[in-house]
Ligand binder design. Structure first.
Ligand SMILES: *Cc1c(COP(=O)(O)O)cnc(C)c1O
Length: 352
């Protein structure tokens, strides 16, 4: 589903990058703050900027403690390794990032397999969990963890409603499973819904947020949970080589993003809504109204393949991603209103 695109040396430079919200470059103000950061030895707990970031994120998510990691994928792996043992089974939506986009990490690193549930919009219900609960006999793989992705990326950037989160977490906890939130875009959900990130996070035993998506930092993610959980997570961070040295440079960019790049996610959501609405008017395109910053375009009715459309756009300097039979267009802080207008016109010209 995901994957690097082979760069075509003859293609013009990318001017409008809708490939992913990971494509943001640090702003001059963010770079200045990063360059001036106070730093120390992170793995000894002596980097003041990393410590400040972890305290801030733990507070924002209502958790006792937090740990800085280089990437969101490492947050998922460290959390899974901390929660699970080899032979365990994890329950998640079948379209989730841990299944599709992390190189098989749960299987390869933790020896845990992920059972994929179906459900509209990348989401599932308590009854979907109940349908796969095994009962815990010695014949069964132990079921130890449930994972929810907020927002659900391949589900269309959908926001799990708070009540549904409460319900699936209650069902999982009753069955003895721990709960983990992949919050790569949790702040998109919080800004779009008005529900605090801590309220979404409250029922999860672990939760992380990414700074390299819409928040626009060049690296860094923070995993939060109980003090005991984070203590145990530290050993996996060390084992995986995720313990760092003067990481305050990175953490300073993340702190800057918390101060300056959260509220503006509203702009990305407005751009996505407008883009989707205009593309939906074009012949042969099916576009669901986005809830956040991800616009999925089903091009099947246009007579063109998604890859062909992406190549034609790329030839004009517009980069989008191909996700199976769909295109994904992702808005972020390096995509302006003018870029959106130009993209709509480019689609119109292709289909006109
Ligand atoms: C991007 C993403 C990740 C991985 O985050 P990285 O910081 O790129 O490693 C995990 N889950 C979801 C839903 C994502 O979109």
């Amino acid at each position: 589903m995901y994957g690097p695109q082979t760069p075509d040396p003859t293609a013009p430079a990318v001017r409008i990058n809708l490939y992913s919200d990971t494509q943001t470059k640090p702003t001059p103000a963010m770079r200045a703050v990063m360059a001036a950061a106070e730093v120390g030895d992170e793995q000894l707990g002596l980097d003041p900027t990393v410590n400040a970031l972890c305290a801030r994120v733990a507070g924002l998510l209502g958790k006792e403690a937090a740990i800085f990691l280089p990437s969101g994928a490492m947050c998922n792996s460290v959390a899974i390794l901390t929660h699970c043992r080899p032979g365990d089974e994890i329950i998640a939506h079948e379209s989730s990032h841990i299944i599709d986009a992390e190189g098989g990490a749960p299987w390869a690193l933790a020896g845990a397999r992920v059972l994929g549930l179906t459900g509209a919009g990348g989401q599932f219900l308590p009854r979907d969990i109940e349908a796969v609960l095994r009962g815990g006999s010695r014949y069964d793989p132990p079921q130890t963890l449930m994972v929810v992705e907020q927002t659900a990326n391949q589900g269309g950037g959908t926001i799990w409603p708070l009540e549904q989160i409460r319900a699936v977490c209650a069902t999982a906890h009753e069955a003895g499973l721990a709960t983990h939130m992949d919050g790569a875009r949790l702040f998109n959900a919080a800004v779009a819904s008005g529900v605090a990130a801590a309220d979404y996070a409250a029922l999860f035993d672990s939760v992380w947020v990414d700074f390299t998506k819409g928040l626009g930092a060049p690296l860094g993610a923070v995993l939060a949970g109980s003090a005991d959980f984070i203590d145990r997570a530290w050993r996996w961070k060390q084992r995986l080589g995720g313990s760092l040295r003067q990481a305050g440079f990175a953490a300073a960019g993340c702190l800057y993003a918390l101060d300056h790049h959260i509220e503006r996610l509203v702009d990305d959501h407005e751009h996505a809504a407008y883009l989707a609405g205009e593309l939906a008017k074009l012949p042969g395109l099916k576009v669901a109204a986005p809830q956040t910053n991800l616009v999925y375009v089903d091009v099947a009715g246009s007579g063109h393949k998604a890859g062909f459309m992406a190549d034609r756009l790329r030839a004009q300097g517009i980069m989008v991603s191909v996700m199976g039979a769909r295109l994904r267009l992702c808005t972020h802080l390096d995509v302006s209103a003018a870029d959106i207008t130009e993209t709509i016109a480019a689609f119109g010209a292709l289909l006109g």
